[in-house]
Write a protein that binds this ligand. Sequence first.
Ligand SMILES: Cc1cc2nc3c(=O)[nH]c(=O)nc-3n(C[C@H](O)[C@H](O)[C@H](O)COP(=O)(O)O)c2cc1C
Length: 219
Amino acid sequence: MTQNTIAADSASTTTSATSTTTSATTSATPLRVAVIIGSNREGRFGPIVAEWLLARIREHADFEVDVVDLAESHLPTALSYNPSPETLAELGKVTPKLAAADAFVVLTPEYNHSYPASLKSLIDWHNAEWQAKPLAFVSYGGLSGGLRAVEHLRPVFAELHTMTIRETVSFHNAGGLFGDDGTHKDPTAANAAAKSMLDQLHWWAWALRGAKEVRPYGS
Ligand SMILES: Cc1cc2nc3c(=O)[nH]c(=O)nc-3n(C[C@H](O)[C@H](O)[C@H](O)COP(=O)(O)O)c2cc1C
């Protein structure tokens, strides 16, 4: 073995020891998930499903949660590279939460075979915040359970370099599934589906956060 090879070997040992330390730190830091409540309709059903979802995430102890409720932000549909102070104030309610997130869950209803305009507006006002992060869907609606909205959202997020999770939870004829007290009448299947989805979301969030620490996305 030449001197140069020994130097290279010890350098690689040092590098891998450093990365072991880095990943130990990383895995100890909780992953942040932003739950986006997509409906802002007056009289909306969304908060009922959101409460169910937040309870499932709390059971999955490995996530810290932020809620982005689109009924509480009023982003204009007209995009601008020079937003007004009012728009900057609205962005201030949502952008930091998206930027801080390691992962997302989008809660979407279905309107006319697609997803709400409020959601499209939030998506289009942002870019880097979505990149190289995993995103899961929970949907609800009439007969379709919001699945057409989800399938329309997947190519939108592909454009933004977001990793959409295969597993979803969908509530078909959602209004009839929850009691007057807001709890799911027969939650076993939905809760199991949520666990599978959150397990996948967690794996991707953990893997992508670690990868980005080693090498920034896009470099
Ligand atoms: C404008 C509008 C269009 C809708 N279109 C569909 C549809 O295409 N497919 C479906 O399954 N449900 C449809 N629905 C039913 C909604 O998905 C359902 O009412 C859901 O609860 C709406 O979510 P929200 O109450 O949180 O706004 C529609 C509802 C509205 C208000």
